[in-house]
Ligand binder design. Structure first.
Ligand SMILES: Cc1cc2nc3c(=O)[nH]c(=O)nc-3n(C[C@H](O)[C@H](O)[C@H](O)COP(=O)(O)OP(=O)(O)OC[C@H]3O[C@@H](n4cnc5c(N)ncnc54)[C@H](O)[C@@H]3O)c2cc1C
Ligand code: FES
Length: 282
């Protein structure tokens, strides 16, 4: 039982940050492991978080890997577990198991320009990725970030965004769906803004995460602009239970999102979709 993959490690909530306060609010939790050990993960991986007496839910790790005992994850309030997390307070104990899933292939991307495209809570794994790239800045080419939300109130990670905007080695573009008084950023849905930006596919890897419909239109837009499907990546979401490829809950065709993903290239998604007779994967 000691080495059971289902056994969570106990973690203390060290800090809770309110990211957004809309209809589906988002909070970021910073936790430390109570066993004093470290938590090793890579950008794009997830953790199963348990709230005692309530249940478990899976979240992308939203902080970059630092090799210390802290991790952060951001939670949109939706149902039982996420609502319990939103009621939790600093000092409370959670269970953490993982990390799970295939991370972004950051080593393969060395020397490439990166175009990172996020929407809403989809910024969570991208924040981990951007933090990683910034701490290995010399290994990558240009870094362009396009991030959108329904309104300015729904944009996550404002502090980080402000810091990225001030750097001369990050090109940050923020967009909201409709015009707002006082908003001096872009206006329009992420896929439309992306098409207007006309990024060059030359030596560029594009990474996107957000609502499924946004991911679909972003990947189609990138393909139309000449990005090869092998150079477009996303992370997919499916309802999950075990997180380790045992329960069969999270499959898309022959692939398990928890084990084979959540990171997939567009080429992989197109292949699964074609084998399923063109049925939608997103
Ligand atoms: C790989 C992966 C990474 C994820 N990363 C994040 C993250 O970083 N931040 C975050 O806030 N959420 C993330 N999610 C979604 C998160 O796991 C669900 O929101 C959570 O499990 C809901 O639990 P609950 O008990 O609050 O909801 P429940 O009480 O179980 O369900 C409430 C409602 O939400 C719907 N629902 C539950 N889970 C999902 C889901 N995965 N997709 C669509 N609808 C769902 C249910 O059908 C139901 O209508 C991720 C999911 C996956 C698979
Ligand atoms: S969640 Fe059980 S197989 Fe993926």
């Amino acid at each position: 039982m000691k080495d059971s993959p289902y056994l969570p490690r106990l973690a203390r909530i060290e800090e809770i940050r309110v990211e957004t306060v809309g209809r589906r609010p988002i909070k970021t939790f910073r936790v430390s492991l109570k066993d004093g050990g470290t938590f090793t993960f890579a950008p794009g991986q997830c953790v199963m978080v348990s709230v005692m007496g309530v249940g478990e839910a899976i979240f992308a790790v939203s902080s970059p890997p630092k090799g210390d005992g802290y991790i952060e994850f951001s939670v949109m309030k939706l149902g039982r577990v996420t609502s319990a997390l939103h009621r939790a307070e600093v000092g409370e104990t959670l269970g953490i198991r993982g990390p799970y899933g295939r991370p972004f292939p950051v080593e393969e991307w060395r020397g490439r320009d990166l175009l990172i495209i996020g929407g809403g809570i989809g910024a969570a794994p991208l924040r981990s990725l951007i933090g990683y790239v910034l701490s290995h800045r010399e290994e990558y080419g240009s870094l362009t970030v396009l991030y959108g939300a329904r309104s300015s109130r729904d944009l996550c990670y404002r502090e980080e965004m402000r810091a990225w905007a001030e750097r001369n080695d990050v090109s940050l573009h923020l967009t909201i769906d409709r015009p707002e008084e006082g908003w001096d950023g872009l206006v329009g849905m992420v896929p439309d803004v992306l098409r207007e930006m006309k990024p060059s596919p030359e030596n560029t890897v594009a990474v996107t995460c957000g609502p499924p419909i946004m991911i679909k239109f972003v990947m189609e837009a990138l393909a139309d602009m000449g990005f090869p499907p092998e150079d477009i990546y996303t992370t997919l979401e499916r309802r999950m239970k075990c997180g380790i490829g045992k329960c069969g809950r999270c499959n898309i065709g022959p692939l398990y999102v928890c084990k084979d993903g959540p990171v997939f290239s567009y080429a992989e998604i197109l292949k699964v979709s074609r084998n399923a007779g063109g049925g939608g994967v997103l």
